[in-house]
Design a protein around this ligand. Structure first.
Ligand SMILES: NC(=O)c1ccc[n+]([C@@H]2O[C@H](COP(=O)([O-])OP(=O)(O)OC[C@H]3O[C@@H](n4cnc5c(N)ncnc54)[C@H](O)[C@@H]3O)[C@@H](O)[C@H]2O)c1
Length: 337
């Protein structure tokens, strides 16, 4: 039973990647030791993400870090005990990786030391009426603080900026585009692939259904509706949860898929291609999401946009000014803080 379940999780991960990389998915026996650290493992995303990483045979050490916002001491102790259950819970799963749990900022050095991949699902989720932009200042501050610990305790080279190792994770947009496309066309979701380019908010998310595989004969109205649904996917979940947060399970799945691709790249698996928001010269913008090939050094190659329909070209022209101002906001934040 367990073996069958594991096999189906593994094959889901395998199928979700681009076809060219699937034949290279290897068993734990031939995989090197890899340490993965999850910062914020007790949250709505952190918990399922931690479990998915526990099931990943490429991971040999899983370091789960519960981070707390220091409000009231008693409250912190109570939450800590509750949140630490994720560590015990995860550690009982009989897969390859050893699990360790860390709870406070002072433990971060131990948690991060020797990590090959650090995943940060810590942050404040979106509430109805809030845009992704509204969240920016809060979450940028949280990520900045955690990145400083990463740079200190498991640096590639501290004090340097390596554009090949900076990825914006836009996998959730790809996951949604694949699901919605397969549902509309009746194609098997396991075989479907849809590149999504641009950014990761509203109209900056541009699914390229003209390059979807396999191709289906959809009318323009259907393409417009699928594009809009992909762009509004986050809002659809925020509204469905009515004030109780944003996408957690699908985001955890998307994060696990991207982390798996990074691990494969680090392990030297060839032709690992995912869409990601990276420093890029594919358009006039300094950062842009498109297909990238991942390897031992991070981003090994950035793919161009390929042939696009007129509707997609219009979408690209519309998203450029909006994405440009978001990028500027990020650059300004980094310079000021
Ligand atoms: N990119 C996307 O598409 C997408 C989708 C969904 C959620 N998110 C983001 O992911 C993050 C997590 O969402 P969630 O639903 O799991 O939230 P959650 O509230 O369930 O969990 C958040 C976790 O972050 C930790 N945390 C909060 N503030 C912190 C701080 N200042 N320092 C350290 N840790 C802190 C909390 O302890 C908690 O464990 C949010 O920022 C949310 O906006 C992104």
């Amino acid at each position: 039973m367990r073996t069958e379940f594991l096999r189906s999780v593994q094959s889901a991960v395998r199928r979700s990647n681009y076809a060219s990389s699937t034949r290279n998915f290897s068993s734990s026996a031939s995989n090197p030791e890899r340490k993965v650290t999850v910062l914020g493992a007790a949250g709505g995303i952190g918990q399922p993400l931690s479990m998915l990483m526990k099931l990943n045979p490429l991971v040999s050490t899983l370091s789960l870090t519960i981070l707390l916002v220091p409000l009231v001491l008693l409250l912190i102790v109570a939450i800590s005990i509750l949140e630490l259950r994720i560590v015990a819970n995860c550690s009982h799963i009989n897969t390859r990786d050893k699990v360790s749990g860390y709870m406070e900022d002072k433990d971060l050095a131990k948690a991060l030391e020797g990590s090959d991949v650090v995943i940060i699902p810590a942050g404040v989720p979106r509430k109805p009426g809030m845009t992704r932009d509204d969240l920016f200042n809060i979450n940028a501050g949280i990520v900045k603080n955690l990145c400083q610990h990463v740079a200190k305790h498991c640096p590639n080279e501290a004090g340097t900026y390596d554009p090949k190792r900076l990825f914006g994770v836009t996998t959730l947009d790809v996951v949604r585009a694949k699901t919605f496309y397969a549902t509309k066309t009746g194609l098997s979701v396991e075989e479907v692939n849809v590149p999504v380019v641009g950014g990761h908010a509203g109209i900056t998310i541009l699914p390229l259904f003209s390059q979807a595989f396999p191709q289906a004969n959809l009318g323009e109205d259907d393409i417009v509706a699928l594009t809009k649904r992909t762009q509004d996917g986050g809002t659809e979940v925020v509204e469905a949860k009515a004030g109780k947060g944003s996408a957690t399970l699908s985001m955890a799945y998307a994060g696990a898929i991207f982390a798996d691709a990074c691990l494969k790249g680090l392990n030297g698996v060839p032709d690992v291609v995912e869409c990601s928001f990276v420093e890029s010269n594919v358009t006039e913008l300094p950062f842009f999401a498109s297909k990238v090939r991942l390897g031992v050094n991070g981003v090994e190659e950035i793919h161009g946009l390929g042939s696009m329909s007129d509707y997609e070209k219009e979408g690209l022209a519309k998203l450029i000014p909006e994405l440009k101002s978001s990028i500027q906001k990020g650059i300004d934040f980094a310079h000021k803080n």
